[in-house]
Design a protein around this ligand. Structure first.
Ligand SMILES: Cc1cc2nc3c(=O)[nH]c(=O)nc-3n(C[C@H](O)[C@H](O)[C@H](O)COP(=O)(O)OP(=O)(O)OC[C@H]3O[C@@H](n4cnc5c(N)ncnc54)[C@H](O)[C@@H]3O)c2cc1C
Length: 303
């Protein structure tokens, strides 16, 4: 019954949607069955209206960014996936000779922000170059690499929570390792970028991409690091020490290049990946007494 009411509302709000849409193509690991509806809001007004409608109607929903840290069940999700891919845009709100402030909608790809930096001469995010994430997903996960995190660039965050919009000034206490602590849906964010020569931005991007290519299976179906690094250890080193590089369940394999990456060799099932995650946890716990905590988000499935 809720599907009928939802479709009517979506048409009323002019929001594009797909029916029984498989999720696999929308994730970087390319796994996952269908959702009842996948919706593609483009404007803030209609996004907020549909969020309120879904909450008031108690319809289960999930916010999808770039799907680059997500494992979806093979059975899919009996609810609505809000795909942010069309909710994007970058606006310069302030600039001087040193800094440039950008207001960016949550569905904007990290690579688009870096690309604009190359065209307009600003930088700061190159360390995340090459990852298929959106700004919203990167904020939610406090994405980071090579000793930097996105939180270092964030000035303000606009979130939707309990039917209301909240503007949050970024401060250190709101962030932890791979986590933005405030609950809610990220609508937009202000980032403070640094003025830079275009050639310098390109150079930095190249440097980081080369580092990634050397150590990570960047062009395979993965979701980046599977586990968080436990304090003072690297998850990859612990997994490697258990001789698990190359270990395979079904078509899911622990990368030969980086032990903290699981690769979908073609037709891996969510169940294969879950089994592999559990096996790694068991082996690492037996050898080191350390319980590795997954960094991956799960939809419709769990460990
Ligand atoms: C090849 C590769 C390399 C990677 N390298 C790195 C790396 O170096 N560092 C790193 O940190 N990560 C890395 N990742 C993982 C991933 O890109 C990040 O975790 C990223 O932050 C996820 O963003 P996303 O938009 O894809 O989010 P998704 O995977 O779509 O979602 C992740 C979570 O965020 C939530 N979410 C998404 N958008 C919003 C929103 N607007 N509001 C509220 N919640 C939202 C989702 O509901 C979900 O819970 C890598 C991934 C790949 C495939």
């Amino acid at each position: 019954m809720w599907l009928k009411d939802l479709d009517k509302k979506l048409e009323e709000l002019n929001i594009i949607f797909k029916v029984d849409e498989p999720l696999a193509p929308y994730t970087s690991i390319k796994i996952g069955g269908p959702c009842k509806r996948m919706i593609f809001p483009e404007k803030e007004k209609s996004l907020l209206k549909i969020l309120k409608f879904l909450e008031n109607s108690e319809i289960p929903f999930f916010v999808l960014g770039g799907g680059s840290k997500l494992l979806v069940s093979d059975k899919g999700f009996e609810g609505v996936v809000i795909n942010f891919c069309k909710f994007k845009g970058i606006e310069i709100t302030e600039e001087n000779e040193k800094k440039i402030i950008l207001k960016i909608l949550a569905g904007t790809r990290i690579n688009e922000i870096i690309g604009m930096g190359i065209r307009k001469g600003f930088g700061g995010l190159e360390f995340l170059g090459g990852i298929p994430a959106t700004l919203g997903g990167a904020i939610k996960m406090n994405a980071g690499a090579f000793g930097n995190t996105i939180s270092q660039l964030v000035k303000n965050i606009r979130i939707y929570k309990n039917g209301k919009i909240k503007n949050i000034k970024s401060e250190e206490s709101l962030w932890e390792y791979r986590k933005f602590k405030e609950n809610g849906i990220v609508i937009s964010t202000e980032l403070e970028m640094e003025r830079m020569e275009k050639e310098r931005v390109k150079e930095l991007l190249k440097k980081y991409l080369e580092k990634r290519k050397k150590t990570q299976p960047l062009f395979e179906k993965t979701f980046g690091s599977v586990f968080k690094n436990p304090p003072t250890y690297y998850a990859g080193a612990l997994i490697e020490a258990c001789n698990l590089k190359g270990y395979q369940i079904g078509s899911a394999k622990i990368s030969e290049k980086h032990a903290n990456f699981i690769v979908n060799l073609g037709d891996a099932k969510a169940e294969d990946v879950l089994q592999l995650i559990k096996l790694v946890q068991e082996k690492v716990f037996l050898k080191f007494g350390i319980k590795l905590e997954p960094e991956v988000n799960f939809l419709g499935c769990s460990l």
